[in-house]
Design a protein around this ligand. Structure first.
Ligand code: DX5
Ligand code: ZN
Length: 226
């Protein structure tokens, strides 16, 4: 297990409610009470070609669940909107490198509002140019599909970047969480864990399963054993 250089890695599962019934989000949250986070995909139909939900729904979800919310902002102007998600009470707020114009300021504002700061890279975005930003980041998110939709096929092409990101993180002290999002399922989660990911988003693999809580446990066991 070459990636386990640090001592701080622990497997966390963050089910994505994008694959749940949007008319029953409170029930969807309750169905995965054994998860570590609830992953909330905010899409604006500009940064990605899909439209989901925004701050009012996040505010309602915060009242409906005790799971911390992992808000993934796939929106064109995260500098403008991200701090409000943190102020509302989200536990983690992730902005995209491709969309942020002032990522250092925005990541600092997220932290100042009491949330963990997340920074996301699309499959074709290299991690190396952001090495100097690692001190501003609590979680690095590597997309393993092109963002926009659940249920897509995992992109193996991202695996070498997961390894390189893990090495950068270890060089930086090992405290930053490394999240993967897209096509993460029983068939792919071990590859991600072996490459160095420690936080796993899963939409279809959790909410497409007959028993979402059992799916969370099964994914956790696979990742921990990898
Ligand atoms: C895709 C979203 C993901 C999505 C993952 O743009 O960011 O969080 O819900 O869904 P699955 O696990 O089905 O690929
Ligand atoms: Zn996501």
């Amino acid at each position: 297990m070459p990636h386990r250089l640090g001592t701080t890695m622990a497997v966390q599962i963050s089910p994505s409610i994008l694959s749940a019934d949007f008319a029953r989000l409170a029930e969807a949250a309750a169905a995965v009470s054994n998860a570590d986070w609830l992953h909330v995909d905010v899409m604006d139909n500009h940064f990605v070609p899909n439209l989901t939900l925004g701050l009012p729904v996040v505010e309602s979800l915060l009242k409906a669940t005790s799971l911390p919310l992992d808000c993934h902002l796939m929106i064109e102007d995260p500098d403008r909107w991200a701090p409000a998600y943190a102020e509302a009470g989200a536990g983690s707020v992730t902005i995209h490198a491709e969309a942020a114009r002032a990522p250092v300021r925005t990541l600092r504002q997220i932290r100042a509002a009491g949330a963990r700061s997340g920074f996301a890279l699309n499959p074709a975005t290299a991690v190396e140019p952001y090495e100097d930003l690692l001190g501003e980041i609590d979680m690095l998110l590597l997309m393993t599909v092109e963002p926009g939709f659940g249920g897509q096929k995992f992109l193996d092409v991202v695996l070498p970047k997961i390894r390189r990101a893990r090495a950068l993180i270890e060089r930086h002290g090992g405290q930053i969480w490394l999240q993967v999002d897209g096509g993460v399922a029983a068939e792919t989660i071990e590859r991600c864990a072996e490459a160095g990911a420690d936080v796993f988003v899963a939409g279809n693999a959790v909410y497409g399963a007959g028993d979402p809580a059992a799916a969370v446990d099964a994914l956790r066991a696979l990742a921990a054993g990898a």
